[in-house]
Design a protein around this ligand. Structure first.
Ligand code: IVH
Length: 602
């Protein structure tokens, strides 16, 4: 396997091909987590880094570019459950700028593209509209003769989900346009988002009800809009800012700014901070000003967007790959703060990974109180030499949990000792080991480890896996603790073996039990991809499960192939390793899962 840190310039052709396949699978995996499950596992910055590495390898090895790789796809395909909507014009993504120089380079290339106009008239200005980049999800809203007729999510940019009924419940989406002069057919695009206050309130309610909380307002907005029951969406405080145009049969103005003014007249919310800038200096001043106000804005933003104002220029500039040439997102650096690290706790995940978590003295980072941060893994702790009692810099990258960036060495207590990472699982006491080339230490306790068993069971019954309604996270933990359900198999004999016990338990009425039994009965047959996903095999997410199901067709063929693939010289291994987007690392985890007799028995 190629070292994921190996510099792009040092990659051999073979390694580059492997690396592109690995990145395609990894990016696809994170796209699904972000766009479909609303539950990212990595920060935006880490995700951007994956894409940048992918792009750099593609530039060095253009002959290796995958036809369905990350650079030709945007986001993730729509999930089952909603009708699909094919966008009349693709919903694009944006290229990112991280520094002032990136922005100047963007303007240079735009001027260069429009060279003949600028040569002809040296007094010409490159007007740009600067807008806050709202952290929500983009939607396309269609109006016919002023009446709202369809709302769709972006999905993979080509095909999204029909969320019309849900959009109707969003306060900021007008059902009838106001004013006059709007085209008979008008598709307005913009961002559905949740204000920060509303997000905190919603999470408090969810936490009180024992429901999982959303990681951030973006996920809350996406999770709320993508509800199959619009009545649930209606209860969620969503809002909408209009910022782009899709299909239309008339004119919305001759510049972007004029269009935004028209959107306002027609009843849409347009961000009041949006500003017309005559050049890059003005956009950079806007960036600095919005950056200063960022923490006090009522919603999360992760940067600002600059768009060429003149539509005729936008048309000439067109687009490359997945992004317009006439716009760019200028990202904010992650927000940081200084605090004391009280303790390092080790969490054991569903796959047995030991994850160190910093327990912090609570501190406000970008308007959010942070009391825990990830330390990633053993090597990271050693590299940064993080110790309990240290004063540290923490960073919130807009998404997922905050990170410890560095230690303030001057503030280190005199008696401080280096941190020693445990070599046993704190949950079950089994040996924790690191396989060669791995950064993660894992508990070897498999299904005897309570941390893993409960997590595996929760994953098994979760919505995208067996989807057993009525068997929530809390139930699983209680049933596990009482030895009623120790492995997935036990779920299917609950009624036969434990009906009396269940009947006597608090919170299980006769009706809810009947519903639970019925839900379990309905899951005795299961689509192969969901079954594979439900097993919780390392690196095998929904996308990989679908690939495997499609490739092997039925469960027996798949199981036998995975067992046979243990022989690396044999056909089964070659067949598995050859499935596009699977790659050696995932294949190794699949084989490892089937090498554990306990798993086969279950
Ligand atoms: S313009 C072709 N404007 O950022 C233009 N996008 O990274 C496409 N976003 O998918 C988008 N605020 O979800 C635009 N003022 C803004 C935005 C914005 C947030 C999101 C949007 C888009 C993503 C691209």
């Amino acid at each position: 396997m190629v070292d994921a840190e190996k510099p792009v310039e040092a990659l051999t052709l073979e390694e580059a091909a492997d690396e592109l396949r690995r990145l395609a699978a990894t990016i696809a995996h994170h796209d699904v987590l972000y766009h479909q499950n609303d539950a990212p596992e990595i920060s935006d910055a880490d995700y951007d880094a994956l894409r940048l590495r992918n792009k750099a390898i593609e530039q060095r090895f253009p002959e290796l570019v995958l036809t369905d790789g990350p650079s030709t796809r945007v986001g993730a395909a729509p999930s089952a459950g909603f009708a699909k909507v094919t966008h009349s014009r693709p919903m694009l993504s944006l290229d990112n700028a991280f520094t002032d120089e990136d922005v100047r380079e963007f303007c240079r290339s735009v001027r260069n593209y429009l060279k003949r106009d600028f040569d002809a008239d040296p007094a010409l200005t490159l007007d740009l509209v600067a807008e806050p980049k709202i952290d929500g999800l983009s939607c396309a809203l269609r109006y016919e003769h002023g009446r709202f007729v369809q709302g769709a999510t972006r999905g993979d940019g080509t095909t999204g989900e029909d969320v019309t009924a849900n959009c109707r419940t969003v306060a900021g989406i007008p059902l009838h346009l106001t004013g006059s002069g709007y085209p008979a057919l008008l598709e307005v695009r913009g961002e559905v988002y949740m204000a920060r206050d509303a997000f905190f309130k919603l999470n408090q309610e969810r936490s009180a009800a024992g429901e999982p909380v959303f990681a951030n307002p973006r996920n809350a907005a996406a999770g709320s809009l993508r509800q199959l029951d619009p009545a649930i969406t209606a209860k969620r405080p969503l809002a909408f800012f209009a910022y782009a145009i899709g299909e239309t049969d008339g004119s919305v103005g001759i510049t972007h700014f004029e269009m935004l003014e028209n959107f306002g007249k027609w009843g849409f919310q347009v961000n009041p901070l949006d500003q017309l800038c005559p050049d890059e200096d003005a956009t950079l001043a806007f960036y600095a000003e919005v950056g200063r106000r960022r923490a006090s804005l009522p919603y999360d933003i992760d940067g600002v967007v600059y768009k060429v104002n003149r539509f005729d220029w936008q048309r000439r500039l067109g687009m490359v790959a997945r992004a317009p040439r006439w716009a760019i997102a200028h990202k904010f650096p992650a927000e940081q703060a200084r605090t004391v690290l009280r303790e390092i706790k080790i969490q054991v995940g569903r796959t047995g990974a030991l994850t160190p978590v910093a327990e912090l003295q609570p501190v406000t980072v970008g308007g959010v109180v942070v009391s825990r941060a990830t330390l990633h893994n053993e090597d990271e702790i050693a590299r940064k030499d993080v110790r309990p009692g240290d004063t540290v810099i923490v960073q919130r990258a807009g998404d997922v949990i905050p990170q410890v960036v560095s230690v303030v060495l001057e503030a280190r207590p005199a008696d401080s000792q280096p941190y020693v990472f445990p070599d046993h699982c704190p949950e079950c006491g089994s040996l924790a080991i690191r396989e060669p080339g791995e950064v993660v230490k894992r508990c070897t306790g498999g299904l005897i480890c309570p941390a893993q068993a409960v997590e595996r069971l929760r994953h098994f019954v979760s919505r995208d896996a067996f989807d057993i309604e009525g068997l929530g996270a809390k139930h699983i933990k209680a049933l596990f603790d009482d030895h009623l359900v120790r492995s997935p198999v036990d779920i299917f004999s609950l009624q036969k073996k434990h009906h009396e016990n269940l009947r006597m338990r608090e919170g299980w009425g006769a009706l809810s039990l009947r519903n639970l039994y019925q839900a379990i009965e309905q899951r005795r047959t299961m689509a192969l991809d969901r079954f594979i996903y439900a097993l919780g095999i390392r690196q095998v997410g929904q996308a990989t499960s679908k690939l495997l199901a499609r490739h092997y067709g039925d469960v027996n063929a798949w199981r036998q192939a995975m067992i046979d693939a243990a022989d690396r010289a044999g056909d089964a291994w070659a067949d598995l390793d050859n499935i596009s987007q699977i790659g050696e690392s995932v294949a190794t985890d699949l084989v490892a899962f089937f090498a554990e007799p306990h798993n086969i028995t279950v």
